[in-house]
Design a protein around this ligand. Structure first.
Ligand code: GLU
Length: 314
């Protein structure tokens, strides 16, 4: 059983990321498999300097040691997407694509998370006569038909990618490889058996399965985990993370919390513990043969308001 945790180094490791990492770690360990860490640093403007090192340091603090990944070489190197350009380029060359010069949609298409994408691409640039004279993105010529999979948490899911998303971007006009391409190629070539991630990425799965099929790569099973919620039951969005402290591992560490105090409640949300109290990692692993996730609700005491930043021109 090979699993992976694939953070983007765009900020510190938050509780949602830690939940996903814990699921992947425990599932690999209970089956005597390999836990892989892959750094997804493809989009240069979004990368925060030092974030990758800080995320890895937080994983070490939690005890989530990886068998392959940054600074632990393995058979599927590189484990940093920024170093895998030649691999994505080769995959692109084996896919049916066409250049596209429609700019607005192209920007939206690089954002993987729910609500960040634009409408279905109508296929304008399939017609070469409609292309403009400017740098072009590359889109996949999406075949008709449904993609079906059985999510370990959400059950059977079916999507007609051509009807819902249309031809999607594989490489942006600025040369950056799209998340969909890089993830599909990496999960396939790294022989990942089970993917754990937040269910805001559920809508990307059909595209990734389609790419793996077209490339002749194996596909993993997917477990899309419920989003993390605040003590009020509301989704803990990125927006909130700038207003409250205690939603990142770093902040909880700074307050002197021990790894077991963080791991226990997270493990409970995954169904690896009976109660949301401090728990050793090994005890969570022992129960990880069955994944039964529910939404993780951040304990009230963990969050506190950040001091408001006041406007200075008042
Ligand atoms: N790198 C993506 C993120 O941090 C996750 C990709 C995935 O798990 O498929 O949002």
């Amino acid at each position: 059983m090979r699993t992976r945790f694939a953070p983007s180094p765009t900020g510190d490791l938050h509780l949602g990321g830690a939940l996903v990492a814990l699921a992947a770690y425990c599932r690999a360990r209970v089956h005597g498999g390999a836990f892989v860490v892959r750094m997804e640093d493809l989009d240069p403007p979004r990368v925060v300097p030092g974030a990758a090192e800080r995320i890895l340091d937080d994983l070490r603090f939690l005890g989530l040691s990886w068998d392959e990944g940054p600074s632990v070489e393995g058979p599927y190197s590189p484990y940093v997407q920024g170093e895998a350009g030649a691999i994505y380029e080769e995959a692109l060359g084996r896919l049916p694509t066409y250049p596209c010069t429609c700019t607005r949609a192209e920007i939206a298409a690089s954002a993987p998370h729910e609500g960040e994408e634009g409408p279905r691409y109508p296929g304008t640039c399939r017609d070469p006569a409609r292309r403009k004279d400017r740098p072009a993105a590359l889109r996949l010529w999406v075949p008709e038909g449904r993609v079906a999979f059985d999510d370990l948490v959400r059950g059977p899911i079916e999507e007609d990618v051509a009807a819902v998303v249309g031809d999607f971007v594989l490489r942006r006009a600025d040369g950056v490889f799209a998340y969909q391409l890089a993830v599909a190629v990496d999960d396939g070539r790294m022989r990942i058996d089970e993917v754990h991630r937040g269910d805001d990425l559920l809508g990307s799965t059909a595209r990734q399965l389609l790419l793996q099929r077209l490339l002749g790569l194996p596909s993993p099973r997917y477990a899309h985990l419920p989003v993390v919620r605040g003590p009020d039951g509301e989704r803990l969005a990125k927006r909130h993370q700038t207003q409250v402290s205690g939603s990142t591992i770093r902040e909880l560490r700074a307050r002197g919390m021990a790894a077991e105090e963080i791991l226990g409640p997270l493990g409970h949300a995954l169904g690896f513990a009976d109660a949301a109290r401090p728990c050793a990692l090994a005890a969570l692993v022992a129960r990880a043969d069955r994944l039964a996730p529910r939404s993780f609700v951040v304990p009230g005491g963990w969050l506190s308001a950040k001091p408001a930043v006041r406007a200075t021109n008042a």
